[in-house]
Design a binder for this molecule. Structure first.
Ligand SMILES: [Zn+2]
Length: 356
C-alpha cells in the first residue's frame, strides 16, 4: 500500500518537473511580454537562490541533523506543500512559514497550473501544489549526502521503467527514523548497504524518470512508509496543516552546506636556475585525504600521466627547446574534485653549456 501510494503520488507530479525551464531560453516565436517561468520567482522568504546563508527565522529542533544536499549556490525551484504533500491538487499551497497561495486568490501560473501567485496579478508564483520535497536547480552536478547514514536504495525507483517516477534514486537511512531521498540522478556513485558521510558525493544530478529538465528532487521521509516531512518544520501563525512534521531539522536551524573541506588545487612549476632542464613541480589542495593525478603537457599537445599520489612535489626532466606545463587534478575522500594547470615552463636551448 505504501509503495503504491508513494509511487502514484510521486508519479503525478514528477510529471510537472518544475525546474525544466531553468536551462531553456525563451521558445522561438514566443510573444514578447509573456511571463516565462525561467525567471524563477523566489520560493523562499530569503530569496530565489539557496546559497547556504538563508535564515528561516527558527531554531533547530532537538533532532536536527541535516545539511544541504549540494555545495555552492543553486536555485530553489519548488518547495514542500504543507497542505498537502500528497501529489493531489487542492488548488493551494502552504509554505513552512505559513505563507499560503491559491488558485482562487493569487491565480495560477499560466505555464504551470500547480503554481500560484502570492500577489494577485503578479508573477511571484510559488511551486507547487502537492509537492512533498524540495527541488533544486542542479544541472548534472554532484549531489551530497545531507547527513551520515546507510544507503537503503541506490537504483531505479522502478527498475522496469527508466522514464517513470524519480528515475535513478538514492535513499539514505539516517538511523533516527528518517530517510533522505535524492531523485532524477544521472549517475549513482554508492551502493545499497554502504555507509556514507555527511557531504559525501553520492551521485550526479540529472533528469532520469519523469522530469522535463535536470534537477534534484530532495525530500525527507519517515521510515517504513511514514510519509514526507518538511525539514523546515512549521513556523506559521496557525497550526501546521501537515501533522507529521517534527520541527526544523536543519543542523543549525537554517540550511547550510556541509562543513567539509572542498578541494582547490594549487600547482606550481619552475625550472631550476642552475639546471633549466630540471623543472620543480609541486601540487597541493586543502582538505585531508586527497588523491592527485599530475599530468605533463608538452608543446605538441600530448598529455601523459606523470604522478599519481597525495600532495607533494617532484622534479621533471625536460628537453632543451621544449615547453611544458602541468595539469593537476585532485579528488577528496568525500568525492569532490578540482583541477588546475601550472604556468608554462620553457626549457632553453643549451649552447656550450650556457642558456640562450
Ligand atoms: Zn520534486
Amino acid at each position: 500500500m505504501r509503495v503504491l501510494v508513494f509511487a502514484v503520488t510521486i508519479f503525478l507530479l514528477f510529471l510537472f518537473g518544475v525546474p525544466a525551464q531553468a536551462s531553456q531560453a525563451e521558445p522561438p516565436g514566443q510573444k514578447a511580454g509573456k511571463y516565462s517561468r525561467w525567471f524563477y520567482p523566489s520560493q523562499m522568504s530569503y530569496g530565489p537562490i539557496e546559497d547556504g546563508t538563508g535564515n528561516i527565522g527558527s531554531g533547530p529542533s532537538p533532532g536536527a541533523f541535516l545539511t544541504l544536499p549540494f555545495m555552492g549556490p543553486h536555485y530553489i525551484t519548488s518547495l514542500f506543500d504543507h497542505c498537502y504533500p500528497n501529489y493531489t491538487s487542492d488548488n493551494r499551497l502552504c509554505r513552512y512559514d505559513g505563507t499560503t497561495v491559491s488558485k482562487s486568490v493569487g491565480g495560477i501560473d499560466p505555464t504551470f497550473d500547480a503554481g500560484f501567485a502570492q500577489t494577485p496579478g503578479q508573477h511571484d508564483y510559488l511551486y507547487y501544489d502537492g509537492h512533498d520535497g524540495y527541488d533544486y536547480g542542479l544541472y548534472y552536478e554532484p549531489v551530497a549526502a545531507s547527513a551520515g547514514g546507510t544507503v537503503m536504495l541506490a537504483n531505479w525507483l522502478d527498475p522496469n521503467c527508466h522514464s517513470c517516477l524519480s528515475g535513478q534514486t538514492i535513499e539514505i537511512n539516517h538511523g533516527n527514523g528518517l530517510l533522505t531521498f535524492y531523485g532524477h540522478l544521472s549517475q549513482i556513485l554508492v551502493s545499497k548497504g554502504q555507509y556514507v558521510s555527511r557531504g559525501q558525493v553520492i551521485g550526479i544530478s540529472g533528469m532520469t524518470g519523469t522530469a522535463t529538465g535536470p534537477h534534484l528532487h530532495w525530500g525527507v521521509y519517515k521510515m517504513n512508509g511514514g510519509g514526507p516531512i518538511d525539514p523546515y518544520g512549521w513556523s506559521g501563525s496557525y497550526p501546521d496543516p501537515w501533522g507529521k512534521d517534527i520541527g526544523d531539522l536543519w543542523l543549525t536551524g537554517s540550511p547550510r552546506y556541509a562543513g567539509i573541506a572542498m578541494p582547490s588545487v594549487s600547482v606550481a612549476a619552475s625550472s631550476q636556475a642552475e639546471d633549466p632542464t630540471a623543472i620543480d613541480v609541486s601540487w597541493s589542495s586543502p582538505g585531508g585525504r586527497t588523491r592527485f593525478n599530475v599530468y605533463v603537457v608538452r608543446q605538441d599537445g600530448s598529455m601523459t600521466l606523470w604522478r599519481s599520489s597525495g600532495a607533494g612535489s617532484g622534479v621533471f626532466r625536460g628537453s632543451p627547446g621544449q615547453r611544458y606545463w602541468f595539469w593537476a587534478s585532485v579528488t577528496t575522500d568525500l568525492g569532490w574534485s578540482d583541477a588546475r594547470g601550472s604556468t608554462v615552463v620553457p626549457v632553453p636551448v643549451i649552447n656550450h653549456g650556457e642558456a640562450q
